[in-house]
Design a binder for this molecule. Structure first.
Ligand code: ACM
Length: 266
């Protein structure tokens, strides 16, 4: 079964939702795909002094705010689902979230479980749990950036049936791309890490993001690895049903061979 996936790697502009909408629209013009993945915090950029500072560049998960509305319009022209990271606002709380948007509107929202470093000063820890949704006969799960270092994130999604894991990211450490190869092998799933590029500075903080967005498949093969610094759109076709077979060999089904009763801490 053919399923077209795409990722966009770019540099979100801090404090300009409008500019980010423009960049994304321009980059994705003419693209057709079943699923497109964008980086973490694509509406807002990354470094903010505090939650108050970030609030006006955040929006609700109902799809009525300017950023998500623009992406729903884009999903109509792409005729597929867009998974994007964004700063989410609910009441006085902010979340570092990912949302799946179809041409009809939001499908499901995920709030980042494992906050990284300074993010703990800005966001509430995610309370959504790990979510899997269906699109074109394919099950897709979402996690965000630093969730990669907790194998439980991918495992939960894979146990819920995810064939593809959409992974918006703003990576600063050099380990994730290699780790996602292992996440693919141990769960026999596809992963799409859409990372950002560029450097942000705020007071004495300076972060350089690592680009190198990537797609891995259930055998651990890297189907695509992008450049470190360039804005990139990459489209490729996969067969998500390759992720349904959890057999490593005739004797080992990676899910049936799990022994959760042996995983209790003693
Ligand atoms: C990260 O989780 N943005 C490093």
């Amino acid at each position: 079964m053919d399923f077209t996936i795409a990722l966009l790697q770019f540099k979100p502009t801090r404090k300009s939702v409008e500019k980010n909408i423009q960049i994304i629209h321009q980059a994705l013009e003419g693209i057709k795909a079943d699923l497109i993945v964008l980086p973490e915090l694509s509406n807002s950029g990354y470094l903010y002094k505090n939650a108050e500072d970030l609030k006006s560049f955040s929006e609700g998960n109902d799809g009525h705010g300017p950023f998500l509305r623009a992406l729903i319009d884009l999903a109509k022209t792409i005729n597929g689902v867009i998974v994007t990271g964004y700063a989410e606002k609910e009441g006085s709380y902010l979340y570092n979230s990912a949302i799946a948007l179809s041409p009809q509107g939001p499908i499901t929202n995920y709030r980042k479980t494992h906050l990284f470093d300074h993010e703990k000063m800005l966001f509430h820890p995610g309370d959504s749990g790990f979510k899997v949704f269906d699109w074109n006969n394919t099950k897709i799960g979402m996690m965000i950036c630093f969730d990669w270092i907790f194998p439980e994130a991918c495992r939960c999604l894979a146990l819920e049936g995810a064939q593809i894991i959409a992974h918006p990211a703003n990576l600063v450490l050099p380990y994730c791309q290699n780790a996602m190869v292992t996440r693919s092998i141990e769960n026999r799933v596809f992963t799409i890490t859409a990372n950002r590029i560029g450097t942000e500075k705020l007071d004495d903080m300076r972060l350089s993001f690592t680009g190198t967005s990537q797609v891995t498949d259930p055998s651990g093969a890297i189907r695509y690895r992008g450049p470190k610094e360039k804005v990139t759109v990459h489209v490729l076709t996969i067969d998500p049903n390759d992720a349904l077979d959890k057999n490593l060999n005739p004797q080992n089904d990676l899910f049936e061979d799990r022994r959760p009763e042996m995983y209790q801490l003693v």
